[in-house]
Design a protein around this ligand. Structure first.
Ligand SMILES: CCCCC/C=C\C/C=C\C=C\CC(=O)SCCNC(=O)CCNC(=O)[C@H](O)C(C)(C)COP(=O)(O)OP(=O)(O)OC[C@H]1O[C@@H](n2cnc3c(N)ncnc32)[C@H](O)[C@@H]1OP(=O)(O)O
Length: 298
């Protein structure tokens, strides 16, 4: 079978797979909790407020490869073990791009063993974030398609930057089906009817339309995204932790339980799907449309 390769993506491989060294500039009251010296996330915990920030730091587009997923997981593990950490803001170190979703290089003609590990890591990160004891806010400072949208949907609140940025689960545009837990996370946020349209049509929303359907909670000028997230975090942290956390557990519990029951089956289904030649053909076609910039938002 002839596969369609996108030269720009192929060129991007070395860059995408290069390890990004995080440069830490820490304020006096902040502690560095980054996963390792060479990490694809920058993590700070403010001791005064108990609020941590995780910045996705994998230029140019924070596409989620195995390393970035692993670093997010390590960072979250560390933060959740800190008793004094009560809230977490998830954002990007590259204004203009929150996260471009899964790294195509993990999906395009993968080795099965690596692909399984990758998918399990994505599942783990979703489960940890969706069930986190922390109050979580996504400061969406740029584009957030597919897996990027999913990451933001795991948070308790979403602040997005005004501008030409798009957000949504556009999997069908890639000839893919968003897994049931992507769908559930979306449905829990915007309701069944809107999610049906969004998921079937692979809608990428503008900030204004995302706000209208409830996909995001606030739309603010780009330079105000972090500040707005921090102010909003104070509202969440005014609530006694235990009451807020138990309420979150009760609200999200059924979705998480369903996920745990079907987690292994989900991996098998994804592997069958991704190793199929028709899937790889559709993916190749999509990579070409990406090259020619045909993505548009509603
Ligand atoms: C292995 C098992 C997995 C199996 C999964 C199978 C089934 C599950 C079902 C579906 C799940 C899907 C979830 C996903 O997340 S799929 C990813 C979907 N993402 C997108 O569609 C976004 C694509 N990117 C864009 O639209 C634009 O890049 C973006 C708007 C984000 C930014 O635009 P901008 O103009 O600023 O930048 P570009 O010039 O386009 O990009 C810069 C550079 O980065 C490369 N790149 C972009 N996105 C990705 C990506 N997701 N993965 C890898 N690389 C990416 C792009 O090609 C450019 O490279 P270069 O030209 O500079 O080399």
């Amino acid at each position: 079978m002839a596969l369609s390769f996108n030269p720009r993506l192929v060129r991007g491989v070395s860059r995408c797979h290069a390890i990004v060294t995080a440069k830490m500039a820490l304020a006096a009251s902040c502690r560095d909790f980054s996963a390792a010296e060479k990490s694809t996330v920058i993590v700070n915990l403010n001791d005064n407020t108990g609020v941590a920030t995780i910045q996705l730091n994998r230029p140019p587009v924070n596409s989620l490869n195995l390393q970035l997923l692993t670093d997010i997981k390590i960072a979250l593990d560390k933060l959740q073990m800190k008793k004094d950490c009560r809230g977490m803001i998830l954002t990007s170190s590259s204004p203009g791009i929150f996260c471009a979703g899964l790294d195509f290089m993990e999906m395009h003609n993968p080795q099965e063993g690596r692909a399984r590990e990758f998918w399990r890591s994505l599942q783990e990160v979703w489960k940890m974030l969706y069930g986190s004891r922390l109050a979580t806010i996504a400061a969406i400072n740029g584009h957030s398609p597919a897996g990027g949208c999913l990451l933001s949907l795991t948070c308790d609140y979403r602040v997005m930057a005004q501008g030409k940025f798009m957000i949504g689960l556009n999997e069908t545009l890639l000839g893919m089906v968003a897994p049931f837990w992507f769908q559930d996370t979306m449905t829990n946020t915007i309701g069944h009817r809107e999610a049906e349209k969004a998921l079937q049509l692979g809608l990428l929303y503008s900030g204004e339309n995302a706000l209208n359907v409830g996909l995001i909670d606030e739309l603010v000028p780009p330079e105000k995204v972090m500040q707005t997230a921090q102010v909003q975090m104070q509202t969440w942290l005014k609530i006694p932790d235990l009451a807020r956390r138990l309420t979150k557990e009760q609200m999200r519990g059924p979705t998480l339980q369903k996920f745990v029951q079907r987690q292994n089956e989900d991996v098998d289904q994804i592997m069958k799907f991704i190793m199929d030649s028709a899937t790889q053909r559709s993916l190749g076609i999509y990579l070409n449309t990406l090259k020619h910039k045909q993505l548009t938002s509603v």
